[in-house]
Design a protein around this ligand. Structure first.
Ligand code: AMP
Length: 468
């Protein structure tokens, strides 16, 4: 029997996984500078948590959740999103007593049984952040968006477009929804089956429709912007002012209602190129009533977003920013039983110094070994055979490596056995390697051949910059 991954889920393999790590690490760094800390949440929760928060009538809860009965007969669901869990945790751990607003981010998989296509999976990944606390100041909305854009900028994501909207609150939205429903009833027969159903269950969702023939009908529907109450209007105007203060460009999109029940006032979405119809890489909004709905204090407000990591990755891979560095710095080719223990120690030293080292586990013939170094796209082969061992040196062979074009041209002449002053033999050229890893350091490691012999010489030191 041959096993395959289940439909709609997939493996993320190297080297793509390196880009995933970089993206997630960048999120941690950028969000950290805005005072956010990570929350690690369970993968499954009581089904009721999602029914209550996301909404019984939403597609997510009614059609897409992976729910099952636990052995004690309680209903459990794999999380389709994480905001509900964050709010549950916030209440459960009494975080409302913490000073100021609580700022949390999460990274991890979500599960929805959707129809798989490019950018849409049944196990997909999100990086999300939430601000929970007593304040609903519009400056918070703007700062959350600023953080999001700072993250995309750090990743060099090109062509991201921010859309915003306000969908009112419990004072003004119900009347608008009824008005919308009444108008939709008039055109019911012209709408597709999904929209017809949504007239009854969730009329706002009709605005999300991408069906070609429904577009002209939707364009004529009443717009929430004309029906906001005074408080919501002021809040929305202030959000826009705070975005302007930060120099953030945005589009207003009155049809941006977001699928989930808990949103109110500010909603936003970011689209990116290269994604086809699934072009939203991030969605978010304010959800001031959610904490109360889940049993917390009525005075606690909330806002957050979730980035679709899979889609972000697709978009990054479309651009040069998606190229992953890394790869193998050193292929340590050893020949002869006596060389092996030396090679093992040398590999350890190099790894301690941050180099990526491949050490053949068994001895290979010279040609085969160096051939493998090539195929592994190692940047350097360090060669340690009987001659080298006797002389207390290693030979360094420069290989084309992974990104030959980006390599340091100035390095090209440095090859072979002896280089540098009389006391020493050059070992590992590391200008690019050091720059990769340490950002600013440049130089190369050199190991000197002292009277105490070869093994002692394995103590590598940085002696001078390659730029000299
Ligand atoms: P939502 O939680 O529905 O607001 O989604 C937030 C973001 O998650 C979206 O903008 C997408 O980028 C991403 N996303 C949602 N569902 C999926 C899915 N099935 N596959 C991949 N990404 C998704």
């Amino acid at each position: 029997m041959k096993f395959q991954a289940i439909k709609g889920v997939r493996d993320i393999l190297p080297p793509e996984s390196a880009l995933w790590n970089r993206v997630e690490q960048t999120a941690r760094e950028v969000f950290g500078t805005f005072g956010f800390a990570e929350i690690r949440l369970p993968i499954f929760e009581q089904s009721e948590l999602f029914a209550r928060s996301v909404g019984q009538e939403t597609d997510i809860v009614s059609k897409e959740m992976y729910s099952f009965q636990d052995r004690d007969e309680s209903s459990i669901s794999l999380r389709p999103e994480a905001t509900a869990s964050v709010v549950r945790a916030y209440i459960e751990h009494g975080m409302q007593t913490l000073p100021g607003n609580v700022k949390l981010y999460y990274v991890g998989p979500m599960f929805r049984r959707e129809r798989p296509q490019k950018g849409r999976y049944r196990q997909f990944y999100q990086i999300g952040a939430e601000v929970l606390g007593p304040s609903d100041a519009p400056g918070i909305d703007a700062e959350v968006i600023e953080m999001l854009l700072a993250f995309f900028e750090r990743l060099k994501l090109k062509g991201a477009v921010l859309s915003i909207n306000s969908i009112g609150d419990k004072n003004c939205r119900p009347a608008y929804v009824e008005l919308l429903r009444a108008e939709l009833q008039k055109v019911r027969e012209q709408l597709g089956a999904d929209s017809q159903r949504r007239i009854d269950t969730n009329p706002l969702r009709v605005l999300d429709s991408k069906l070609e023939h429904e577009q002209v009908i939707i364009e004529k529907l009443p717009r929430i912007a004309d029906h906001l109450c005074a408080e919501c209007r002021v809040h929305y105007d202030e959000v826009k002012r705070h975005l302007a203060l930060r120099g953030i460009a945005y589009q207003e999109n009155w049809r941006l209602v977001r699928g989930l029940d808990y949103y109110m006032r500010t909603t936003f979405e970011i689209t990116a190129p290269g994604l086809g119809s699934q072009n939203a890489v991030c969605g978010g909004g304010r959800y001031d009533g959610l904490v109360e709905l889940l049993g917390g204090q009525a005075t606690t407000k909330g806002i957050g977003f979730a980035i679709g990591t899979d889609r972000l990755m697709l978009s990054l891979q479309e651009s040069p920013a998606g190229e992953v560095g890394g790869g193998l710095d050193v292929y340590l080719a050893w020949f002869g039983a006596a060389a092996q223990p030396v090679a093992i120690k040398l590999a350890r030293r190099l790894r301690d110094a941050g180099f990526v080292v491949e050490l053949p586990a068994v001895e290979m013939k010279f040609g085969k070994s160096l051939g493998l170094a090539d195929r592994l796209k190692a940047r350097h082969a360090v060669i340690l055979g009987n001659d080298e061992l006797a002389a207390g040196v290693v030979a360094v062979k420069r290989l084309p490596g992974k990104n030959p074009a980006s390599e340091d041209a100035g390095y090209k002449g440095v090859q072979g056995l002896s280089f540098g002053d009389a006391r020493s033999n050059v070992v590992i050229p590391t200008r690019s390697a050091f720059q990769d890893r340490r950002g600013t350091l440049s130089g190369f490691a050199l190991w000197s051949r002292g009277p105490e012999g070869f093994l002692a010489a394995l103590g590598m030191t940085m002696v001078r910059s390659l730029a000299n």
